[in-house]
Design a protein around this ligand. Structure first.
Ligand code: MN9
Length: 296
C-alpha cells in the first residue's frame, strides 16, 4: 500500500473559465497533460486548488471530475473544512469516488484546542476506511500542530502520515526518525531536496503542475544517491520558483505558466484573488518562457 503514495504529487490547480465558473474541460486537459509527466499522483482540492473559495456544489463537481481523470495515478483528496461534519461529508464522498487517501489542514480561523483538533481528525478516520493524511501548513492556518497533536495522531494506525509544509526541518527529521512507517511529504517545492534528503517519501506541491518532469528527475536522483546532481537541479528550478513567487500569488503564476507553456487555460484565481501583474507577464515572455519550456 505504501508504494502508491511515494513520489511527486501535483497539488492540482482548479480550472475556471472566462465566466469564472469551474471549468470541467480545462480541468480534464490539465490532468491529462500532467499524467504524461511521470508524477505519482494528484492532491485534489488543496490550497493550490482554491478549495476554500469553492461552493459546495463546485467542490463536489471538482472531486468527481478529478476522480474520473486519475487514470493510473494515485488520488489524494483534500477534504478539510471548518466543521467536523462538513469534513466528514467530503471524506465519505471522496472515499466513494475512489481516492486512496483523504487529507486535511487543521480547522482554522477559530482557535480550536489541540484536543478538539485531534477529535476532528479522529472523526474523519472513524468515518472512512481510507487512510488520513495530516496537512501541516502553519503559514496559512496560523499554527495548529503542536508536537502532541503529531504524536497522538501518528500513533493512530489509520493515519497515513503528514504533508509537511514548513521550513522547520529539524521537527521534520524528528518525525521521520520516530515514525519510520509513516508517509511524509515535503511541502515547499523550493526546499524539495531538503525534505527528500531528510527521508521524505515524496513531495506535494503547486509548481509540480508545470515542473513535474523536472521534479520527478530530482526525486530519482535522490533515490540514486546523487545529491550533487539533485542540488544542481534544485538550484536551477529555484530560479524559476523564485520568479513564480515574485508574482505575489504562486497559484496564479502557475496558472499563467500552464497556459503560456502548455496551452491549457485554467483561468485566473477566484476573487478576491486574481491574475498575475502585467509587468510580470512581460518579464515571463522576455526572460523565462524558454527556461520553463526547456529545462535548466
Ligand atoms: O503545500 C504549496 N504551499 C503553498 C504546497 O501554496 C502555501 C507549495 O507548493 C508552494 O506553493 C510552493 C511555493 O512556495 O512551494
Amino acid at each position: 500500500m505504501k508504494e502508491e503514495f511515494k513520489g511527486i504529487f501535483s497539488a492540482l490547480l482548479t480550472a475556471f473559465g472566462k465566466d469564472g465558473d469551474f471549468c470541467e474541460e480545462a480541468q480534464r486537459d490539465m490532468m491529462r497533460y500532467e499524467r504524461t509527466t511521470g508524477i505519482a499522483g494528484f492532491y485534489v482540492g488543496g490550497s493550490t486548488g482554491e478549495a476554500f473559495l469553492l461552493s459546495p456544489e463546485e467542490r463536489e463537481r471538482l472531486y468527481t471530475v478529478c476522480a474520473e481523470e486519475l487514470g493510473d495515478k494515485t488520488g489524494i483528496a483534500h477534504i478539510g473544512a471548518l466543521s467536523t461534519r462538513e469534513a466528514v461529508r467530503w471524506a465519505k464522498l471522496c472515499e466513494s469516488l475512489g481516492y486512496k487517501a483523504v487529507s486535511s489542514v487543521t480547522p482554522f480561523y477559530y482557535k480550536f484546542s489541540t484536543d478538539e483538533m485531534i477529535g476532528y481528525y479522529r472523526a474523519i478516520a472513524d468515518a472512512v476506511d481510507v487512510p488520513v493524511l495530516l496537512y501541516h501548513i502553519p503559514v496559512l492556518t496560523g499554527g495548529g500542530y503542536e508536537r502532541r497533536l503529531f504524536d497522538e495522531l501518528l500513533r493512530d494506525g489509520r493515519v497515513l502520515g503528514v504533508k509537511y509544509t514548513s521550513s522547520d526541518y529539524f521537527t521534520f527529521e524528528r518525525l521521520r526518525r520516530e515514525y519510520p512507517d509513516k508517509i511524509l511529504y515535503n511541502g515547499f517545492d523550493e526546499t524539495c531536496l531538503c525534505g527528500l534528503a531528510m527521508g521524505a517519501d515524496g513531495a506535494i506541491g503547486s509548481t509540480y503542475n508545470v515542473l513535474g518532469e523536472r521534479f520527478v528527475k530530482l526525486y530519482s536522483l535522490v533515490e540514486d544517491g546523487d545529491l550533487k546532481a539533485a542540488a544542481r537541479l534544485q538550484h536551477g528550478l529555484n530560479d524559476l520558483i523564485a520568479f513564480l513567487l515574485k508574482a505575489g500569488d504562486v497559484k496564479a503564476a502557475v496558472k499563467y505558466v500552464m497556459k503560456a507553456k502548455n496551452g491549457i487555460d485554467a483561468g485566473i484565481c477566484r476573487a478576491p484573488g486574481g491574475d498575475v501583474p502585467e509587468e510580470w507577464k512581460r518579464e515571463y515572455e522576455r526572460e523565462y518562457a524558454e527556461r520553463f519550456a526547456q529545462g535548466n
